[in-house]
Ligand binder design. Structure first.
Ligand SMILES: NC(=O)c1ccc[n+]([C@@H]2O[C@H](COP(=O)([O-])OP(=O)(O)OC[C@H]3O[C@@H](n4cnc5c(N)ncnc54)[C@H](O)[C@@H]3O)[C@@H](O)[C@H]2O)c1
Length: 453
């Protein structure tokens, strides 16, 4: 991962060398990561958990029925927090959308196992020795069939696990139900409110007569929750495993402040994660997410991809293959040059914002697409994010009285300007592929095997 300072220095130096740098910012910019300003002071309360509901028009629905999750019932509006559910063995230490979906979720996990050969062979090799006996792992990741296989592998190797979701839209409800049915304390469902999100994290940390000694995190929210709210638990944590570039950056911040007193493993920078998962997972799932939510045809469409790191490279390759005209924005001159060498036009967002049909952010940075950009987009422009955090696109700036929100499909909002212009916002700016499609299993097997071993 390039450090912000290194990127700023490279950029300044390279601006003298490359002619295409006219398209790249001339002022060395420091990356402001999405979570620099993130607060961790929001504690869940039983009351008022609907207070964060979104200001969308009456015609909108808020069912969040999953595209990827076949058994969801959009009619079932009751919050899982208000339901009394038990597994067939009588346990109620979990909170999922519908425990009755467990059998279907089991089949999803079994299908994923077929493609996760590395992880399954690791499981078979080590399960007799139980190398993770004594590990009490609290985890916060996307809850999908693939992470289901990871969690069950950790359990097979002797760990006890409690889990929550790192994204409010990416949980496959039936998988969460299947994990709960086998005895994993899972707190997650698709379409959590922000308050539910923190409540689920809290419940995963705070089990009866159970104290975690390891953290497996994707994005850093769980780590910061434990650090802020349970300092005594935090001090006793034996190790943190972090999957995402965003979470790794937050760990660096803790470390710089002298507060990272726990050994932490940066899985994102492992070559097996970055060069496979970030690149190929996104190359294979970007179109799936876009097509399932919009049915758009990409041949001849003008697309701008913000960020040409691993994720951006995957997205650009997939879009180019379908015949889209791809523009790239970058602040790192080397990545910008790589985009150039692949035949993409490196531009400033302002130069192309009026003409493009699709805008995709993949920077891990925040405030990349601002209200001024959204104001200038053409009618029907599709806007979405592939980065970890939902702050790459300034969605909050669209929640103003003059704009109307219309929920068109699950995860698809039309934001309508007073003159009738519509911008198509996908997954409210949360990461598209995990919110609107399924993801390729094989690459996740590589990441998960790195993580476990
Ligand atoms: N959707 C997924 O399945 C998935 C998978 C892996 C990672 N991610 C997330 O995607 C994001 C990017 O990951 P990555 O591995 O590509 O990181 P990366 O560091 O390789 O690439 C990010 C690129 O964005 C550029 N950038 C930063 N700010 C920019 C700005 N304002 N304008 C233009 N370019 C800018 C950087 O210079 C860098 O080249 C992270 O948030 C990561 O957690 C998503």
């Amino acid at each position: 991962m390039s450090t912000p300072d290194a990127i700023a220095a490279d950029e300044a130096e390279a601006s003298n060398k490359f002619s295409f740098m006219a398209a790249v910012s001339k002022t060395p910019k420091k990356i402001q990561f999405a979570d620099d300003m993130q607060e961790f002071s929001k504690f869940p309360t039983k009351t008022g958990r609907r207070s964060l509901s979104r200001s969308i028009s009456q015609s909108s629905t808020d069912s969040y029925s999953s595209v990827a999750s076949y058994t969801d019932s959009s009619d079932d509006e009751m919050s899982p927090r208000d339901k009394q559910q038990t597994t067939t063995k009588g346990s109620s230490d979990f909170c999922v959308k519908n425990i009755k979906q467990a059998e279907f979720g089991r089949r999803e996990i079994e299908i994923a196992e077929q493609e996760m050969t590395a992880l399954i062979s690791l499981r078979k090799r080590a399960q007799g020795e139980k190398p993770l006996a004594g590990a009490k792992i609290v985890g916060c990741t996307h809850i999908t069939a693939q992470t289901g296989v990871l969690i069950e592998t950790l359990c097979a190797l002797g760990a006890q696990c409690r889990w929550s979701a790192c994204n409010i839209y990416s949980t496959q409800n039936e998988v969460a139900a299947a994990l709960a049915e086998t005895g994993v304390a899972v707190f997650a469902w698709k379409g959590e409110s922000e308050d539910d999100f923190w409540w689920c994290i809290d419940r995963s940390v705070n089990g009866d007569s159970w104290q975690p000694n390891m953290i497996l995190d994707d994005g850093g929210d769980l780590t910061h929750w434990v650090y802020k709210k349970y300092p005594n638990v935090y001090k006793k944590i034996r190790g943190i495993v972090e999957e995402s570039v965003t979470g790794v950056h937050r760990l660096y911040q803790l470390s710089k402040a002298g507060k990272l007193c726990v050994p932490a493993m940066n899985v994102n920078d492992s070559v097996t994660k970055q060069k496979f998962d970030n690149l190929y997972c996104c190359r294979e799932s970007i179109l799936d997410g876009l097509k399932r939510s919009t049915d758009v045809m990409f041949g001849g469409k003008q697309v701008v991809v913000c960020g040409y790191g691993e994720v951006g490279k995957g997205c650009c390759a997939a879009l180019k293959a379908l015949g889209a005209v791809v523009h790239v924005t970058e602040i790192d001159p080397i990545c910008a040059l790589q985009a150039c060498m692949e035949g993409f036009r490196v531009v400033k967002l302002n130069e192309v914002i009026r003409q493009v049909d699709v805008v995709i952010t993949c920077t891990g940075n925040k405030n990349v697409v601002m209200r001024e950009h959204l104001d200038r987009m053409k009618n029907g422009c599709i806007v979405c994010n592939m980065g970890h955090s939902n702050t790459e696109i300034d969605v909050a700036s669209l929640r103003t009285p003059e704009l109307t929100w219309e929920r068109i499909r699950s995860q698809v909002d039309h934001v309508i300007w007073p003159d009738g212009k519509r911008v198509v916002l996908l997954a409210e700016g949360r990461l598209l592929n995990l919110s609107c499609s399924t993801i390729p299993t094989f690459v996740l097997s590589i990441t998960a095997t790195t993580e476990v071993s």
